[in-house]
Design a protein around this ligand. Structure first.
Ligand code: AMP
Length: 443
């Protein structure tokens, strides 16, 4: 089986990988790294959890090492664009972890924080810059960053960039790059606008497609509680009376809803904090750290805020409200099934949300176990009677023609599951995920 040394990586990188306990390249790494080392463009159709960050970070670092030169002031040798602040920070952490013995300068530019330190950082020149598009454009416009010498560009989670309205900013950024460059393009899905962008950017790319071994929906035990809207908070407290709800992410549809639910939990002795777009970066960070460290049992989040969250050992996902789209549902429940783990998800569904539930069942091709806890009824048929255990309905959901390179399978990496999920250089720090409403709040 291929190992990292066979892929042609330098000893300084191999040493860092050993330190991170990476023994075997994941399928996307095995396929992408050799092509990228040759300087090819790449189209990676892959979700988070497949090891895609290392798939691009390692060859980029290797090529920077092969051509050692100091970056000029106000330039970066490689640029990675990411949709959210949290993802940008996590990608930079990965670069730093892999480059820990290689003396590379790695910087992050995101919105929501002061400009001054970023301007000073850019003035020094960087080997690798990871950025969200909005703030990056501000710096380019103000003359703090020039891209004429940037030879490598990575677009990560391009479909989320589209969701967040970043396609135009990305095109502006790309137009500043030199013609001679290496383009890496990653997206979990390829909606039309994204495939057009990919076509415009990529030259004769190698395409690597990786799908997880089992879909998230198959790996998460899911159930639904039908409940009156006004009783949701009580039902939520009931759920937390079960000690197995040791680390739960509770999703709400609105920021205010997130605050209210977090306050309600906290007022009833369930440690909780809220994370959403109106919170400062520091507040978000603190909420995440408290949750990661087990100081709070519940993290109450909106979909967009939750994109940057990638935390090990989430016991449950609770949908306090169902999301607007089935895709968002799949991404939410995926929080409890990181890196091949299994998890549990509970959705509180009131009458007005029944159509959303139907849609979720249709798209995920499963019938969810439903318990009826409504007081005013007319629902005897479903009362407390699971319609059918969900596992009987779980089905592999494979699009026709999709190449199945299994990745993210439990046990596929040599590390024990707990460790597998750890983000390098950022213990417990985790990644964002997919689709959310089309609004731009992350940058
Ligand atoms: P990613 O898809 O880049 O978000 O990676 C998912 C998780 O897998 C991260 O926590 C990585 O640190 C971890 N990981 C990536 N590549 C490997 C590998 N070859 N062996 C073990 N863990 C890995």
């Amino acid at each position: 089986m291929t190992n990292f040394a066979d892929l042609g990586l330098a000893e300084v990188l191999l040493r860092a990988l050993a330190q991170e306990n990476y023994t075997t390249p994941t399928p996307i790494q095995a396929q992408a790294i050799p092509a990228l080392l040759q300087g090819r463009d790449l189209l990676g159709i892959a979700q988070t959890g497949t090891g895609k960050t290392a798939a691009f970070a390692l060859p980029i670092l290797q090529r920077l090492l092969d051509d050692r030169r100091r970056p000029a002031p106000n330039t970066t040798r490689a640029l990675v664009l990411a949709p959210t602040r949290e993802l940008a920070a996590q990608i930079a952490d990965s670069f730093r972890a892999y480059a820990q013995f290689a003396r590379m300068s790695v910087g992050v530019i995101v919105g929501g924080v002061a400009h001054g330190p970023q301007i000073r950082m850019l003035a020094g020149g960087l080997d690798v810059l990871v950025a969200t598009p909005g703030r990056l454009l501000d710096h380019i416009g103000a003359g703090h960053l020039r891209l004429e010498t940037t030879r490598t560009i990575v677009l990560d989670e391009a479909d989320h960039m589209l969701d967040l309205g970043f396609v135009v900013p990305i095109r502006k950024i790309v137009s500043r790059l030199p013609k001679e460059r290496q383009n890496l393009f990653f997206s979990a899905t390829m909606p039309k606008e994204i495939s057009t962008l990919a076509d415009d950017m990529l030259r004769d790319p190698v395409t690597v497609r990786v799908t997880p071994a089992a879909t998230t929906a198959e790996r998460v035990a899911q159930r639904v509680i039908l409940v009156d809207g006004s009783a949701k908070r009580d039902v939520l407290l009931d759920l937390f009376s079960d000690p197995s709800f040791s680390r739960a992410i509770v999703f709400t549809r609105t920021k205010r809803g997130a605050d209210r639910v977090a306050q309600h939990l906290a007022a009833n002795a369930v440690g909780a904090s809220a994370i959403h777009g109106n919170k400062s970066q520091n507040q978000r960070q603190r909420a995440l750290e408290d949750f990661r460290a087990g100081r709070t049992r519940a993290l109450v989040a909106t979909d967009i805020a939750a994109r940057g969250i990638d935390i090990d050992g989430v016991s449950h996902v609770v949908n306090f409200e169902l999301p607007e789209t089935p895709e968002a549902y799949v991404h939410r429940i995926g929080r409890t099934a990181r890196a091949g783990a299994t998890g549990a998800a509970v959705s509180l569904c009131d009458n007005s949300e029944r159509p959303l539930l139907k849609q979720i069942e249709r798209v995920t091709r499963q019938t969810l176990e439903v318990t009826d806890r409504r007081t005013a009824s007319g629902s005897a048929a479903e009362a407390d009677a699971p319609r059918r255990p969900p596992h009987e309905h779980r089905r592999t959901h494979q699009e026709p023609g999709r190449v199945t390179r299994h990745a993210g399978k439990p046990g596929e990496h040599a590390r024990p599951p707990q460790q597998q999920q750890r983000r390098p250089g950022n213990p417990g720090g985790r990644r964002p995920e997919h689709s959310a409403p089309r609004s731009r709040v992350s940058d």
